[in-house]
Design a protein around this ligand. Structure first.
Ligand code: ZN
Length: 103
C-alpha cells in the first residue's frame, strides 16, 4: 500500500473523477483537497503574481503510475463535486482500483 498522503500538508489524498476526454487512461486520480495546503496556497500567489490570473494548482497523484503533477483549479471549490466517496487501494505493479464503502 502506497503512502496516500500529500507530501506538502500530510492530508489524505482523495480520489476524484477525471473530466471526460482529459487524455488520461485512468478513470480517477488522487488529489489533495486541503484548502490550507502549502502547495495549493503558494500556487494562488504564484499564478496571480506571474500571470495575473486567479487560478491555482492542487497536488495530484496518478495512482496507476505513482506520478505527481499539478492539478489546475479555477476556484477553491473546483473539482470538489467530483470527489469520489470510496476507498482507493494501490497495488504496486498492478495499478490501482477502488474498493467500495467507507473506512
Ligand atoms: Zn496538501
Amino acid at each position: 500500500m502506497a503512502d496516500l498522503t500529500c507530501p506538502h500538508c500530510r492530508s489524505r489524498l482523495l480520489p476524484f473523477e477525471l473530466p471526460e476526454a482529459a487524455g488520461w487512461s485512468a478513470p480517477f486520480h488522487l488529489a489533495c483537497f486541503n484548502d490550507d495546503c502549502s502547495y495549493y496556497r503558494r500556487a494562488w500567489e504564484w499564478m496571480k503574481g506571474r500571470y495575473g490570473v486567479w487560478a491555482a494548482y492542487r497536488f495530484r497523484l496518478d495512482p496507476a503510475s505513482g506520478t505527481a503533477s499539478p492539478l489546475p483549479v479555477w476556484s477553491p471549490d473546483a473539482l470538489k463535486d467530483r470527489i469520489l466517496d470510496a476507498e482507493v487501494e494501490v497495488h504496486s505493479g498492478t495499478g490501482s482500483e477502488m474498493a467500495g464503502g467507507l473506512r
